[in-house]
Design a protein. Structure first.
Length: 149
């Protein structure tokens, strides 16, 4: 039995994907920094007005970089796909807190294990070489198992 399909779904789209140049990325980052300082970023992400402002700021950039226009949703998707390559320049307070908490819990867990200690002068965990070797071997094994190898 054949299922009828909507013909409009079968037509290829004439919509061009946006292309992002280094200049476009710089405009996006500068605008995000500006809106961050204005408080337009919450713990859960950027407010909608930020992406609209990005679209407006990048309007016409397709003539330089090629591709299609950069929409608000396209700017948001692009940022989510490339943000890790831009380092920690736009961390939210929540993200910073989460990273600090994770580091604290790791140190606390290590210090409470047999063979580990805390060097108060240097402010770091200490352990004999054999304890470190075991720790690294176990962590490596866990990472390999999590990756499915």
């Amino acid at each position: 039995m054949a299922i009828a399909q909507d013909a409009s779904k079968l037509k290829p789209s004439n919509k061009k994907n946006a292309r992002w140049s280094q200049e476009d990325n710089a405009v996006l980052i500068d605008l995000l920094k500006s809106h961050q300082s204005k408080g337009h970023q919450s713990d859960s992400g950027w407010k909608g007005i930020v992406w609209t402002a990005c679209e407006e700021a990048l309007r016409g950039s397709e003539s330089r970089s090629g591709g299609g226009p950069k929409t608000a949703s396209g700017c948001k998707e692009h940022w989510h796909s490339v943000r890790l390559s831009f380092g920690d320049m736009l961390y939210t307070p929540r993200l910073i807190w989460d990273q600090m908490r994770k580091s604290y819990l790791t140190v606390k867990k290590l210090v409470n294990q047999s063979g580990w200690g805390w060097d108060d002068e240097r402010k770091l965990t200490v352990a004999p070489s054999d304890v470190w070797d075991t720790y690294v071997a176990v962590r490596l094994h866990l990472c390999i198992m999590e990756a499915g190898y």
